[in-house]
Design a protein around this ligand. Sequence first.
Ligand code: FMN
Ligand code: SF4
Length: 435
Amino acid sequence: MAKQILLNNINVPGLASYEVYRKLGGYSAVEKTLKNYTPDEVTAEVKKSGLRGRGGAGFPAGMKWGFIDKSTDNPRYFVCNFDESEPGTFKDRHIGQLNPHQLIEGMILGSYALGARSSYIYIRGELFYVLRIIEKAIDEAYRNGFLGENILGSGYSLDLHCHPGAGAYICGEETALIESLEGKRGNPRIKPPFPAIVGLYNCPTVVNNVETIANLPWIMNNGADAYAAIGIGNSNGTKLISACGHINKPGIYEIELGLPVKEFIYSDEYCGGILNGKKLKAVVAGGSSVPVLPAELILRTANGEPRLMSYESLSDGGFQSGTMLGSGGFIVMDETACIVKNLLTFSRFYHHESCGQCSPCREGTGWIEKILYRIESGKGSMKDIDLLTDIAKHIEGNTICPLGDAAAWPVASAIRHFREEFEDHIKLQRCPLSK
Ligand SMILES: Cc1cc2nc3c(=O)[nH]c(=O)nc-3n(C[C@H](O)[C@H](O)[C@H](O)COP(=O)(O)O)c2cc1C
Ligand code: SF4
């Protein structure tokens, strides 16, 4: 059994309550940290642990905290990104629903490190039932002296708020989230300046993902070295993977980074192999935004090395033959899956969710959806394939936020690896996989 940091006690009845969480050692990291560490020492410990952001980009958490502007008297804010809306990704809600106090404990530690006096958990609007659970847990933390004035007599005070979004994917992008938290339309901001300098209410702000934050109590309890000893290369620690699609055991798994992809897909401990004994065709390894890889490239790199579940191994080969760990949404497709139809579904999503500020994204995502619909319904022409590639190329890198890239990468990779399937749709004037 792999090391468990996040799901260790997840099946303990009543874990969402303060009593049970506390009985299992909960909030001991706050007690230890407020007594023994200065805020800068907490940042140093997180840096040393090598913890990388689990929201998609994998940016080192401690390094991001180090960018915060401490030279002004302005308030600083620590914000938890609980917007989780990436198709295929459903791991954060598991923590929020079943183990909210671990997230709250992580919020206290991060807020202390940054010197924040007010912090926020921004939660996706559709997860209202999780918001209720978190609000109850926040209330319990206040009543037991872990939030509010002068926490445990340390002199440090913190208020924590949980704020619902209204169900827009773009509000997961950190600057759109900040705009939304300020009560405005969730439009991404042009960067720089980055939130560490100009963030919420124009004050220094760090935004971290739920899973990133939920790792903090373990790191402060067990030390940076113990955390860094888990994993492989620059992929330290464990990672939650939400696995779905044509597999025998869809679900949420905590893996040690470095696990071979083959073992993740085929072993009974994880996905349990392909449904009905069919053949693996393709995998989208890190949520809908990352390049799709065919079976041979998800199991082995272009050099023939076994592909591992790590930031480095999954991206080995760049976008020619690699992909990304992303947010950990692992979507498995068997031989019956139509790549064009899958891509059409993703593209419809991105078109719908584009905020509309930049023309390449606003117009391009719509064109991609239309062309894919044409090909999928048997009315496409061979020129459409190159047209799709061209549109994707013109979106990539030319927009305010990475939603544009997220819409372009799946298109480029699907054509790169499955061009024949696009051509067959056009030649046969129907989906070659439908009877
Ligand atoms: C369109 C879009 C949607 C995003 N959605 C989320 C999300 O739901 N949750 C999340 O943590 N990060 C999301 N991100 C990434 C955030 O902008 C940001 O990088 C992340 O919250 C930083 O936290 P981390 O460093 O702990 O990963 C999204 C990014 C984009 C471009
Ligand atoms: S890339 Fe798309 S979602 Fe992002 S700011 Fe531009 S239009 Fe909005």
